[in-house]
Write a protein that binds this ligand. Structure first.
Ligand code: A3P
Length: 285
């Protein structure tokens, strides 16, 4: 991977240039053939992507932790839009577990002719902003800002990677009534992981025993994942993830924005949220 902070533009959004190309994005959008039993883990960055990669891997192994302990998360549930996506996904046996941060307007077109399932995980945008702020200091392929106010300004602009949170979420919620679409909340998962895992199993038609569900919950806890070298990104070289600036598994809590936003910053953010999300039924402020 070329480590560059340069972003590329594609269909109105900006994405890190090192792992994406026009070819990889176009393939994902226009050429990839979705199968009926594909399962998509869709998120805006820092909303629980890696967590879902772990949970899905564990559900499909019936709670057996061997895959999550022996294979990297990005190989188990790869990103479709990245350079390596085609090689990793195209000929993989079913059921394929696939990750993406793509906004809906450039999601694989063949999905709409399929019965594939989508799990979209949404997180409080103020916590996403805090998490992304820290991550951008670690991830050397991201545009960062030292000053948190400057980062909020970037986060609220179209320059942020994968486009603005508001448009990403609103776009995906347009298909929320599709029976093959499950809306999950990171914040509910933090409160009650077992219920969320049971909900995911039901949605996927996976009938796991209580003991298997317990195992999924145990091995996808924040502590278990932070300690799992296959999911905590410790294997990524320092020139890509600068570990002196932090770890991938940072806090894993709901409401951390209260420790970063000043009252004035929060008020301003809430106003923008109300304006952008006025027709949407999501209570994050
Ligand atoms: P924080 O930076 O707030 O700690 P993504 O995988 O989409 O990049 O999201 C990363 C965020 O999810 C980070 O948030 C990370 O700590 C959190 N996370 C990862 N695994 C988790 C888990 N098992 N439980 C709770 N949070 C988790």
């Amino acid at each position: 991977m070329e480590v560059t902070k340069k972003y590329m533009e594609f269909e109105g959004i900006r994405v890190p240039g090192g792992v994406h190309s026009v070819e990889s994005l176009t393939w994902a959008w226009k050429e990839f053939e979705v199968r009926d039993d594909d399962v998509f883990n869709v998120t805006y960055p820092k909303s629980g992507t890696t967590w879902l990669q772990e949970i899905l891997s564990l559900i499909y192994s019936n709670g057996d932790p061997t895959p999550v302990k022996t294979q990297y998360s990005w190989d188990r549930v790869p990103w479709i839009e990245q350079y390596s996506g085609r090689r990793q996904i195209e000929n993989r046996p079913s059921p394929r577990l696939i990750t993406t941060h793509l906004p809906i307007h450039i999601f694989p077109q063949s999905y709409y002719k399929s019965k594939a399932k989508i799990i979209y995980t949404v997180r409080n945008p103020k916590d996403v902003c805090v998490s992304l702020y820290h991550f951008s200091l670690v991830a050397q392929f991201m545009e960062s800002r030292e000053d948190f106010q400057d980062f909020i300004t970037l986060f609220l602009s179209n320059d942020v990677m994968f486009g603005r949170w508001f448009e990403h979420v609103k776009g995906w919620l347009t298909i929320k009534d599709n029976p093959n679409f499950l809306l999950l909340s990171y914040d509910s998962m933090v409160k009650d992981l077992r219920s969320s895992v049971a909900k995911i199993c039901k949605f996927l038609g996976k009938d796991l025993s209580d003991a298997a569900i317990d195992s999924v919950v145990e091995h996808s806890s924040f502590k278990a994942m932070k300690d799992n070298n296959m999911s905590n990104y410790s294997a990524v070289p320092n020139d890509i993830f600068n570990k002196q600036h932090g770890t991938f598994h940072r806090k894993g809590i709901s409401g951390d924005h209260k420790n970063y936003f000043t009252p004035a910053q929060e008020e301003e953010f809430n106003e923008i949220y109300k304006e952008c999300m006025k027709d949407i039924d999501l209570a994050f402020i």
